[in-house]
Design a protein around this ligand. Structure first.
Ligand code: HAM
Length: 435
């Protein structure tokens, strides 16, 4: 027998329904927040990723050659480069800001482990461009960015909330690349060593103490400098902050943010993001105990659009994978049972149609099922005995069980109220139709 390749998944119906349940929440939240869906190719020219994704992702590309090695392609490890390419080539005709969402599979040749696969589904929301702001106000642009950042954060928080999570379950940990760069310069790390130290900060939470110490030494960062990099000022309860930069970042971000959203936020100096293109606010969504890998990650990437040939356009976005989110939902008992998932997706039958066993009723089943289906209803026929058919109806969450009592009479049992009544076969469609 063949097995699925390492790090990929087969989705049998119940599993696919659980993925669809998550995707439904993603889609509903995106639409409610004013994002429009886009898509691009599953593979791109390899260069698209080597230019600006950062080493981590490039070393995990599934790449392949065609046309005698003339062209090299790679399966998409993420969507942001495609989005930047798409925006850049139509920038002049797109609204400001442009709000796009995307949800499809990504491919990374990682070592599979809990929360990490080689094929996974990712949901992205991105806001490209800024709303108009007062160019005479020295803080106008920064304010416009903070407003858009808030809009993006409220979208990710709303999605988590809508699927039943609370800020006791998960946290939105944020930081700023500008602030980190400032701190790096303050401890003497110049542009040449910046990428290396950023990668180290990004990996630090997953490293053993001894290994971290060793890697810091190799990168020329003293223990004292590391403490300064990772200092957490008491911003949450309004106590003095360490730097003016942080004060401004936090102030602009959380001013005007509803308390319900603020409660999910937590400043974390260890969040810098592994990808090379981030320039400003960065964030990750983590399970509260910190046990799992990130549920989502994103941030501001103000230089990427112009790097892909578009006009200078600030942008911000995030990606959320289905793998860790599903683990967290299951662990916290927030993934509904199979029948409930099917019901929420509208996949439960409107009616199970069964015969009472008489020859007339047996002969009417096919016609009744066909007429229900022609009326746009989800009808299934059961060849079992009434009792068993009723059990099946309950199990799959059917709304009604229709027992044919002859060629033109039926008992309609409401599986919700458990009430039942007789009706003519001609009235069945009207009885079963969703209001
Ligand atoms: P990322 O942090 O590489 O960001 O991925 C975002 C999320 O995708 C992760 O938090 C995780 O949930 C999921 N993910 C990533 N790799 C895997 C994997 N191997 N297996 C399972 N899940 C995974 C980006 O991809 C950015 N392009 C996000 C972004 C959009 N930034 C701006 N716009």
């Amino acid at each position: 027998v063949f097995q699925a390749p390492t790090g990929t998944r087969d989705f049998y119906p119940a599993e696919l329904n659980r993925l669809r349940y998550v995707q439904d929440a993603w889609r509903r939240t995106s639409v409610n927040h004013g994002f429009e869906e886009i898509d691009g190719p599953t593979f791109e020219h390899l260069d698209l990723y080597t230019v600006k994704s950062g080493e981590g992702i490039v070393s995990e590309l599934f790449s392949f050659e065609r046309f005698g090695g003339e062209k090299t392609f790679a399966l998409r490890p993420e969507f942001t480069p495609t989005l930047a390419r798409m925006y850049a080539s139509k920038a002049a005709s797109l609204p400001k800001p442009t709000k796009w969402f995307w949800m499809q599979n990504c491919y990374r040749a990682e070592r599979p482990q809990r929360g990490r696969l080689r094929e996974f589904c990712q949901w992205n929301c991105d806001i490209v461009g800024l709303p108009p702001f007062d160019a005479n106000d020295p803080e106008g642009e920064a304010r416009a960015k903070a407003l858009v950042d808030r809009e993006l954060l409220s979208c990710v928080i709303d999605m988590l909330r809508s699927i039943g999570l609370t800020h006791a379950d998960v946290r939105v940990k944020f930081n700023s690349r500008e602030l980190v760069t400032g701190r790096l310069r303050a401890i003497g790390v110049g542009e040449d060593r910046e990428a290396k130290v950023l990668a180290l900060i990004d990996a630090s939470a997953k490293l053993e103490k001894a290994e971290l110490r060793q890697r810091l030494e190799a990168a020329g960062v003293s223990a004292e400098a590391w403490d300064r990099l990772m200092a957490v000022p008491a911003v949450q309860d309004g106590v003095a902050v360490l730097e003016h930069g942080l004060d401004r970042l936090v102030g602009m971000l959380v001013d005007e943010m509803p308390d319900e959203d603020c409660d999910w936020l937590q400043y974390d100096p260890g969040i810098v993001r592994g990808l090379a293109y981030y320039t400003g606010m960065v964030f990750e969504v983590h399970e509260a105990s910190g046990a799992e890998r990130a549920i989502a990650g994103g941030g501001r990437y103000d230089k990427l659009i112009e790097m892909f040939g578009g006009p200078p356009t600030p942008a911000v976005g995030f990606g959320m994978g289905d793998v860790v989110l599903s683990l967290v939902l299951a662990d916290k008992g927030k993934m509904p049972a199979d029948a409930e998932v099917a019901r929420k997706l509208g996949l439960n039958p409107d009616a199970i149609v069964v015969s009472n066993g008489s020859a007339e009723a047996d002969g009417a089943v096919a016609g009744v099922v066909a007429s229900l289906r022609r009326a746009g209803l989800h009808a299934r026929r059961s060849s079992k005995k009434i009792g068993k058919a009723m059990q099946d109806a309950a199990k799959v969450g059917a709304r009604f069980c229709v027992i044919l009592e002859g060629a033109d009479k039926a008992t309609v049992k409401d599986m919700g109220t458990q009430g039942q009544e007789m009706c003519g076969v001609a009235e069945l469609v009207g009885r079963v139709a969703r209001q």
